[in-house]
Write a protein that binds this ligand. Structure first.
Ligand SMILES: [Fe+2]
Ligand SMILES: [Fe+2]
Length: 475
């Protein structure tokens, strides 16, 4: 097998400019989300331009949640852009997912296709699941060697790409059923016999990005992932590319013979949108990250403006505003902060936020000194640093991966000390976390992956060996 390069895009969440006007309604919708809905057309376009400019890379794989919430118009515009991409020499392989259709009762998908007037929402033409089959057939399935429901298997320049549709609804399991698993196993056997290297793609995570994720949201995983994982290990598949969580991570599981990687790509349209470029060569997959470009046509402040207006940037603005002008905070928080309650409890909320903004890292260090082993003198050195800055650095990395603090840093030890102290207090009061979060015994266990990369050590890039020989027995 020769060299093959391709791009991975996930969770494009394209939203048409024709479906909103500026006003309270779109603002409050945007505040509760870490997807930049309003700017999604410009951001998607910026990434498509990067892909088009790369003349050496023909293939693009998009792993679902193509649009906001099943709006038919969004699909039409998105598909038009994919056709343009193809006319400019690209091969586009698409999976659809949960956000791409609207349920009609029996499938439990509760997404509603709406547009946004200044002060109200209105229903727009929606998309049913079966319509996706025809809409996206030109992007992959029309050239597939084999299909099951909307999953397909396709030869890409000698490599075997298997794209699994798992557009479940978040209530029950998504992913392949028993017959689908038989189909997949057959595809893996055929690939093995033909000496093809297999790469797998699906929407939901196969390995959880954070330990707590699976505990609190088991139906947000690939359905019946233990079956899928053991099948992939059995046939020596090394990597599965996923989306959905909007968390940019690389994680792995292994047994005595094999290691399986789940490479999750964040949403194109998130505050720190990214895509990945993969190079297959000499038996390796070299996986890299491409960040949102600084300059984005149609957005004057480019990626900086996006980061400030969305998620962490927005929350920071909200907190600063609460201290300076509480009435403005109530306005800015619409859609996220419950207006009436925040107004009623102003006398508690405002001083609490004020205290939090003022708290310094010396104070934070002293909280858990008994556990972290930090000296008073060491803590004192950090009196000019703010606790709120640490919190926002951690928050900003939540979705873009690579948690920032290694175990030798002051910040890591502060977090370790504070969480350990909280764990000790819980123990005193006989509060067991595992009662509420399955499999999690301590707050530090919850917090550590957010402080330090406890996965493969780097979420941006990795080189994975694809071809160690795996023996298996046919049933
Ligand atoms: Fe998504
Ligand atoms: Fe999703």
């Amino acid at each position: 097998m020769g060299k093959l390069q391709f791009y991975i895009m996930a969770d494009n969440h394209y939203f048409s400019k024709k479906l909103w006007v500026d006003g309270d309604e779109i603002e409050s919708r945007s505040h509760g989300d870490q997807v930049v809905l309003k700017e999604s057309p410009e951001v998607n376009e910026a990434f498509f331009k990067i892909i088009e400019a790369d003349k050496d890379t023909e293939t693009v794989v998009i792993v679902g949640d193509l649009i906001n919430c099943g709006e038919r118009l969004c699909h039409e515009e998105f598909i038009e852009r994919l056709h343009l991409l193809e006319s400019r020499g690209k091969r586009v392989l698409v999976l659809t997912a949960t956000h791409d259709y609207n349920g009609c009762g029996e499938d439990e998908n509760e997404f509603v296709a709406v547009g946004y007037d200044k002060h109200s929402r209105y229903k727009v033409t929606c998309t049913r699941r079966h319509e996706l089959n025809e809409l996206y057939r030109p992007f992959g399935r029309n050239k597939a060697d084999s299909e099951y429901d909307m999953s397909y298997s396709i030869n890409v320049d000698g490599y075997r790409f298997i794209l699994l549709n798992d557009d479940g609804n978040g209530h029950t399991d998504c992913g392949l059923d028993d017959k689908g698993n038989e189909w997949l196993e057959n595809e893996l056997i055929k690939a093995k016999e033909n000496g093809e290297t297999v790469l797998l793609f699906t929407h939901h995570p196969v390995i959880a990005p954070y330990p707590v994720y699976e505990a609190v949201a088991p139906t947000e995983m690939y359905g019946r992932h233990p079956i899928l994982k053991s099948m992939l290990m059995k046939y020596g598949v090394k990597v599965v590319f996923t989306g959905h969580t909007h968390v940019h991570t690389i994680r792995s599981i292994s047994d005595s013979e094999n290691e399986l990687f789940d490479v999750g790509t964040t949403s194109v349209s998130s505050a720190y949108g990214k895509i990945r470029k993969v190079t297959l060569e000499n038996g390796y997959a070299d996986i890299r990250t491409i960040d949102m470009p600084e300059e984005i046509e149609g957005i004057p402040g480019g990626s900086k403006q996006i980061a400030q207006s969305c998620f962490g940037g927005y929350y920071r603005r909200l907190i600063d505003t609460a201290v300076k002008d509480y009435d403005e905070f109530l306005e800015l928080g619409k859609g996220l902060v419950p207006y009436d309650k925040a107004k009623k409890y102003r006398f508690i909320i405002k001083p609490l936020i004020k205290w939090f903004v003022k708290a310094n890292m010396s104070f934070a260090g002293r909280i858990g000194r008994k556990y972290s082993g930090l000296s008073r003198a060491e803590c004192k050195k950090h009196k000019d640093e703010k606790l709120i800055d640490l919190c926002f650095v951690i928050l900003d990395r939540f979705f873009q991966g690579d948690a920032p603090y290694s175990p030798d840093t002051y910040e890591y030890r502060v977090m370790y000390g504070a969480m350990s102290r909280a764990d000790a207090i819980m123990k005193t009061f006989k509060i067991s976390l595992s009662k509420y979060i399955n499999g999690i015994d301590s707050l530090w266990e919850l917090a550590e992956p957010l402080v330090h990369n406890t996965r493969t050590g780097c979420d941006r890039e990795i080189k994975i060996k694809l071809n160690n020989e795996v023996t298996y027995e046919k049933d």
